[in-house]
Design a protein around this ligand. Sequence first.
Ligand SMILES: *[C@@H]1O[C@H](CO)[C@@H](O)[C@H](O)[C@H]1NC(C)=O
Ligand SMILES: *[C@@H]1O[C@H](CO)[C@@H](O)[C@H](O)[C@H]1NC(C)=O
Ligand SMILES: *[C@@H]1O[C@H](CO)[C@@H](O)[C@H](O)[C@H]1NC(C)=O
Ligand SMILES: *[C@@H]1O[C@H](CO)[C@@H](O)[C@H](O)[C@H]1NC(C)=O
Length: 344
Amino acid sequence: MGLERSCGGCCRTLYTILLMFIGVLVVLVLETILSKLPRPQDHLKTHKYNAKVTTAKIDIKPSRHPMVPPYPYPYEFIINQEDKCSGRNPFLVALVISRSQDVAARNAIRKTWGNASNYDSVDIVTVFLIGLSPIKSHEFQQMLEEESMTFRDIIQQNFLDTYLNLTLKTVMGMEWVSKFCTSASYVMKIDSDVFLNVEYLVHQILRPDLPVRHNYFLGQVYIGARPRRNKMDKWYVPLDVYPNETYPPYCDGSVYVFSVDMAKKIYGIAQVVSLMPFEDVSVGLCLKELHIVPIEYPGDAYRRSEQYNHCTFKARVGVHMEGKSDFKKIWQELWSNQSVPCES
Ligand SMILES: *[C@@H]1O[C@H](CO)[C@@H](O)[C@H](O)[C@H]1NC(C)=O
Ligand SMILES: *[C@@H]1O[C@H](CO)[C@@H](O)[C@H](O)[C@H]1NC(C)=O
Ligand SMILES: *[C@@H]1O[C@H](CO)[C@@H](O)[C@H](O)[C@H]1NC(C)=O
Ligand SMILES: *[C@@H]1O[C@H](CO)[C@@H](O)[C@H](O)[C@H]1NC(C)=O
């Protein structure tokens, strides 16, 4: 009693500290338990496709740097268009990079360059490549499935749709073409903010009157580009993600085009090549491994961000519009003025 009283203040302080310590411990334990519980998307079932949506625990290579996309891994198609290409021979398949929430951008493409019924001389297939939304996953998933029932142009696998996982989306596109659309002649990967001039690409560059090329990879080529090694840089690449001083030649990711045989080759080699978070560089790494040299668009066929002008746009494959453009207006102008002559 005497002892207790004599160190009363001191004991109380110790007692308080002990309580706080236990409190923190309890919170930590609870957090660990909660984080191991399944997240909402783990339960998500796609009723129509009857496939389970999981962001699977991926630990094939435990030493993988967190920046390196988890691959190879047998991601599953949870929304698929297995019959999109059956019974037809699309001249061009456009794989458009998209996210669940980009409905407006998809609709703009569906109404403009992506509307296949505008091209009567060639068959064009447009599909959108999407992963699992990391935000509002359940809500977005349901809307996406409804949209897919209406337009039948959504392709989705069960990886998290994040910037660092973009490479997985490109590889999914290659996988889809090599499994479900081998009857096509050419394939392209395009970002949803790029305006595609289908007429120019199809009739001036690829040309349906010529035999289909093989081992063909076309784009805006970068040679000798170097990884950014400054830690403050947005595109910083640590040495253990990519050790070499330069990247192999690769094409700008906004819009590149290839012969259909390349899809299968790239999908195949992607199973063994060590991939990067940058999808354009990753495809370059695959091409190097395949001994395929990408070739440059003729002329000045690709531009990053350019004001609309009928005569310059006429000779572009694609123009990156940085989101502030009116696809519909450009489309109408370009389409209705096709026969308006331009000085060359
Ligand atoms: C596609 O074009 C056709 C004919 O040009 C038109 O009837 C149809 O409404 C268009 N589709 C969309 C989604 O705009
Ligand atoms: C990429 O997707 C996988 C599979 O869903 C996920 O486990 C991983 O966290 C994602 N990576 C990033 C950086 O978002
Ligand atoms: C990286 O450098 C090594 C050694 O020079 C070379 O053998 C290898 O092909 C390079 N890899 C790439 C992807 O350029
Ligand atoms: C293109 O067509 C639109 C109508 O769609 C017209 O108003 C415009 O003047 C035309 N532009 C050129 C360069 O001919």
